[in-house]
Write a protein that binds this ligand. Structure first.
Ligand code: FE2
Length: 247
């Protein structure tokens, strides 16, 4: 029987936010983002990721996301998103800015300087799983902080490490490693996800733009999982682990 234990952020593949000063700034200002999430939820902005449920990566109607900032708001990506979703994304950004001025004032100060690529809310419904996959984005790291983390079996596994989200601290992981998330509680889990460039910054910015131009040709909304490219034994091992976590 596979038995897995939750590890502290510092102990495994999933890192603490300690070496990323800008994530500390976010941690000190999470009230702004709690308010932003409530606004997005009230306005029913969260988008169901039907695009990945088709790949059996996630159950129907179980994973919803909403970006406050997406692919550096690159013009060609905003055009693509507007067309794909049949909404005026620039207008939505204006609505967000006028309703959440403090949040955007903070974001305007940190985004460029710290090489932030994406910032989005991710809601995983009760009793749902995002199965094992990898993302083809070697230009970035991803930070997660909890906004609503129910008690119980709700975790992220990356390679050989399992953590629970915390509402006061980010952890950071490499999305090119196999990873999966699950929420086997009876309440929704909400996290804020922040992607930022690795070094060297200029080279990573070029790589990002090149990859996004390709991704939007072949993948829904520019999202890409590497699920099918993974060794099936590894996928099985990941997907069987959920019930066995001790915490
Ligand atoms: Fe992922």
């Amino acid at each position: 029987m596979i038995r897995e234990n939750i590890v502290p952020f510092e102990a495994g593949t999933i890192k603490s936010s300690n070496e990323y000063l800008f994530l500390k700034k976010f941690e000190e200002n999470m009230d702004l983002f709690k308010k932003a999430y409530e606004f997005c939820e009230d306005e029913d902005f969260l988008h169901e990721m039907k695009e990945v449920s088709g790949e059996n990566q996630v159950q129907n109607n179980s994973w919803h996301i909403f970006p406050l900032y997406s692919n550096r708001n690159l013009d060609f990506y905003i055009d693509y998103l507007s067309e794909k979703l049949s909404v005026d994304v620039r207008r939505i950004i204006e609505v967000l800015r006028s309703n959440l001025p403090d949040t955007y004032e903070f974001l305007d100060e940190v985004i460029e300087e710290n090489g932030i690529i994406n910032l989005w809310f991710s809601r995983l419904k009760a009793q749902s799983t995002i199965k094992c996959h990898i993302n083809n984005d070697p230009f970035q790291y991803r930070g997660h902080i909890g906004l609503q983390v129910p008690k119980g079996n709700v975790c992220l596994k990356v390679k050989d490490s399992i953590v629970r989200w915390r509402e006061d601290r980010f952890f950071v992981f490499d999305t090119t490693e196999p990873h999966m998330a699950w929420n086997l509680t009876d309440e929704d889990r909400v996290v804020m996800s922040v992607d930022f460039f690795r070094e060297p910054r200029q080279e990573m910015m070029r790589l990002h733009e090149e990859r996004i131009r390709n991704k939007i040709k072949n993948t829904p909304l520019g999202f890409e999982g590497g699920y099918l490219a993974l060794d099936p034994k590894l996928v099985d091992r990941f997907n069987n682990v959920i019930e066995e976590v001790s915490y």
